[in-house]
Design a binder for this molecule. Structure first.
Ligand SMILES: Nc1ncnc2c1ncn2[C@@H]1O[C@H](COP(=O)(O)OP(=O)(O)O)[C@@H](O)[C@H]1O
Ligand SMILES: [Mg+2]
Length: 253
């Protein structure tokens, strides 16, 4: 579905002359229908990588190919193709929606931009909100009237309305109460089956990544230090850093 080859990205820290290498020669293959888990501690470069995958940030070097075709970030057609096929759900659902618009207006926005008529839009929003377990009547409400878990459900709905093939999930449950996390994870697993989606699932928690993923990539200081089948990484980790991540992540029950 998506292949990153030799991706590097450096940020200059303003006014300090210092720089951070957020991605160092990262190569990562995301096969169709897979769930690739990307795991590493805070600041290792996971979000930067996810932003490059969805075209919100440009790599300094390296290539990103979607279904075998290299994406040229200066070519608007390539970018629009990428944005159609790949959607992202961010960690904090409180920043996803405009606080002054109803949820219905926010959810409809992408479909309006696509030129879809009102009847079709409303039907599509209604069908999807049924699936994610939010009542359509509630969409007249504003973001602050929903809980964090509900807002994350709605963020997922908004991404799926665009009919992506690849969904990038950047710490999708990290800002939620533990009691809600499992519900959102289960919802994501159901949606993947229902829509035949491919996931890039990002988390700092190796046990969580191990629970959901078919393939795992372990990232440390901008580098992928180990990647492979989830079972191999979970049961026969080779890199000392992977073992260290296990020790620092709580077990899910
Ligand atoms: N826009 C930016 N400008 C400068 N530095 C950045 C920017 N975005 C990320 N960084 C730096 O890049 C590194 C990786 O950050 P990030 O990708 O957010 O990591 P993670 O998501 O794994 O916590 C960090 O050192 C962070 O401070
Ligand atoms: Mg992050």
């Amino acid at each position: 579905m998506l292949e990153l080859k030799d991706i590097s990205k450096t940020f200059k820290k303003k006014g300090t002359g210092l720089s951070v290498q957020a991605a160092k020669h990262v190569s990562l293959n995301i096969p169709e229908q897979s769930i690739v888990g990307l795991v590493g501690e805070s600041g290792c470069g996971k979000s930067t990588l996810s932003r490059m995958v969805v075209g919100l940030e440009k790599a300094d070097s390296g290539t990103i190919a979607l279904k075998g075709k290299n994406i040229d970030y200066r070519n608007p057609r390539d970018l629009s193709h990428l944005r159609k096929s790949v959607q992202i759900v961010f960690q904090d659902p409180n920043t996803t929606f405009n606080p002054r618009r109803t949820l219905l207006a926010s959810l409809e926005e992408g479909l309006v931009n696509k030129g879809m008529g009102k009847t079709d839009r409303l039907k599509k929003v209604r069908d999807l909100t049924d699936i994610i377990g939010i009542s359509y009547a509630n969409l007249e409400k504003y973001p602050h009237q929903f809980s964090g878990g509900q807002k994350q459900r709605l963020s997922i709905a908004r991404a799926l309305l665009m009919e992506p093939e690849l969904l990038v999930l950047d710490e999708p449950v990290s800002s939620l109460d533990v009691s809600v996390q499992a519900q959102i994870i289960n919802l994501l697993m159901d949606l993947r089956k229902e829509f035949g989606l491919t996931y890039l699932f990002i988390s700092h928690d190796l046990h969580l990544v191990g629970y959901v993923s078919t393939l795992i990539a372990v990232m440390k200081s901008g580098e992928i230090v180990e990647q492979g089948d989830a079972e191999q990484i979970l049961f026969e980790p080779k890199h000392s850093y992977t073992k260290q991540l296990f020790a620092s992540s709580p077990i899910i029950h």
